[in-house]
Ligand binder design. Sequence first.
Ligand code: HEM
Length: 260
Amino acid sequence: RPTELHQNSDKMEQEKKSQTTAEQMTDRDLSEQIKKVTMEIHTRAEKTELMMSFMRGQVTLAQYKLLLCSLYEVYQTLEEEMDRNSNHPGVAPIYFPTELARLDAIAKDLEYFYGRDWREKIVVPAATKRYCHRLRQIGKENPEFLVAHAYTRYLGDLSGGQVLGRIAQKSMGLKGSEGLSFFAFPGVSNPTLFKQLYRSRMNSVELTEEERNGMLEEAVRAFELNIQVFDDLQKMLLTVPEKKLQTCSTQSVNTLQIPI
Ligand code: HEM
């Protein structure tokens, strides 16, 4: 018969085991892992000149308009690839077009700033083209990695993005919410709760070890692509006069011979 001491130590052993299992489970959660591996690069993204302008309350209309142009191209590609792969087992759990889709909102903002012929006025740097190219490649070859890209943009928009929207409004002296639809998520009444749901959906995706590692790499890459877009936008603002930015057409600015 086991002694009381034995029983106690068995109990402790069991508790320790279940504690370790619980810890391992959280450690194994994709949402935790992805947050951890992108922590450092998130700080780098926050420190880009463009994001710093936002944070200091100094974002200019020229900066914001250019950013919207690039976001339009990025979300057009991301959402097209998500729609096309919406039944893929790796994508379906995090497919929330009603709540998250940004394309129409950005189009509305672009029309507000550039007028009805905004489509002809969109100008994006080479980095934006590279970002879109990667999204298309992922959509074709590894649709499950779209999770890493959707996470980076949508959860970012639902987190720091909320603060940035309020700051942008003040900095540019915009009245009401005109030109700021991008920041508003009318389909998400509680961003914190929604992010919880999104994380649990991410964690429900079954991945092999190889796929999991690929996903984490892709998330870091997604942040890197965003940083490159922000840096290129700043360079464009330095080299292209505002007037030219407003009149040039849809091509990448590479074709305008701007050193990037
Ligand atoms: C989360 C701030 C830029 C992607 C967060 C959170 C804050 C924040 C405070 C945590 C929210 C929470 O825990 O509930 C900022 C600020 C930025 C910025 C101030 C710029 C000035 C960016 C950029 C990206 C990004 C450029 C990506 C393109 C994310 C993501 C999360 C996040 C994916 C969710 C992390 C997670 O919970 O797993 N951000 N952010 N952020 N941000 Fe940013």
